[in-house]
Design a protein around this ligand. Structure first.
Ligand SMILES: Nc1ncnc2c1ncn2[C@@H]1O[C@H](COP(=O)(O)OP(=O)(O)OP(=O)(O)O)[C@@H](O)[C@H]1O
Length: 239
């Protein structure tokens, strides 16, 4: 069974045209699927639609077979679908410890949420665990991203949606962030990774999809995608 599944998904903003225009994708458990494509192709909109932040106009979203299409964002997290937005993904005025505490505030009742999961997650991100009293606003970009991952993982998700985790990070820190994503996958989490940094994403992904104008124009293994002419794919004319 797919860990994450979207079927004929359509979504857009307000009364505007569809931005997500009929996307279907099934993601096998414990894989990393990179979502790449040119600026404005709808990558962030897709991930927001999966997370429940953009109203679904048609189609279906399921997490480990459970239909969450009509669920609120909070209920989707409780169903096993966690989301790390591109920006504003931590509370800067709160400490690391306070951020982590808040992350589980609305998750009572979800299996696997609690002190053991907290220990497991802090074990994955030791530099976060060692600085629980530090204000999140005082962290570097890379550390802030680790805190955002850790906060999302406290929900013990089946699938994790990441929107451009490399944005604004130096190349060295991008590498460390991608390594962290691999560690997350090794704990059994399925990761959907939206990235502008195509090379970094393909280095860690199993598979990738190219989005052009809100539709999937190609799906391939990460290694085949590395060999593809992405320039031609990204800038192909779409009807
Ligand atoms: N809040 C919004 N209201 C209206 N239209 C929006 C909104 N956010 C995005 N869009 C539009 O949706 C389209 C897709 O944007 P989206 O941010 O999903 O693309 P993207 O592939 O993630 O781009 P980028 O790589 O630049 O982040 C764009 O035409 C954009 O103008």
């Amino acid at each position: 069974m797919a860990a994450l599944s979207a079927t004929d998904l359509r979504a857009g903003y307000g009364r505007g045209d569809d931005i997500v225009r009929g996307i279907s994708l099934d993601q096998a458990p414990e894989t990393i699927l990179a979502v790449i494509g040119p600026n404005g192709s709808g990558k962030s909109s897709l991930v927001k639609t999966l997370a429940g932040l953009l109203d679904i106009r048609a189609g279906r979203v399921a997490v480990t077979g459970r239909d969450v299409t009509r669920e609120t964002p909070a209920k989707r997290v409780a169903a096993g679908l966690a989301y790390v937005p591109q920006e504003a993904n931590v509370f800067p005025n709160l400490t690391i410890g306070e951020n982590l505490k808040l992350a589980t505030e609305f998750l009572r009742g979800r299996a696997g949420v609690g002190p053991e999961q907290r220990e497991r997650v802090l074990g994955l991100f030791p530099e976060i665990g060692a600085r629980l009293k530090t204000r999140a606003g005082d962290l570097s970009g890379g550390q802030r991203q680790m805190l955002a991952f850790a906060s999302a993982l406290l929900a013990n998700p089946e699938a994790l949606l990441l929107d451009e985790p490399s944005a604004g990070l130096s190349p060295k820190i991008v590498g460390q962030t991608m390594e962290a994503i691999v560690r997350v996958r090794e704990t059994g989490v399925t990761v959907l990774l939206v990235e502008q940094n195509v090379a970094a994403a393909l280095d860690v992904a199993d598979e990738a999809v190219v989005l052009v104008a809100g539709q999937v124009s190609l799906r391939a293994s990460a290694s085949d995608m590395k060999a593809a002419d992405l320039g031609a794919l990204f800038f192909a004319k779409v009807a």
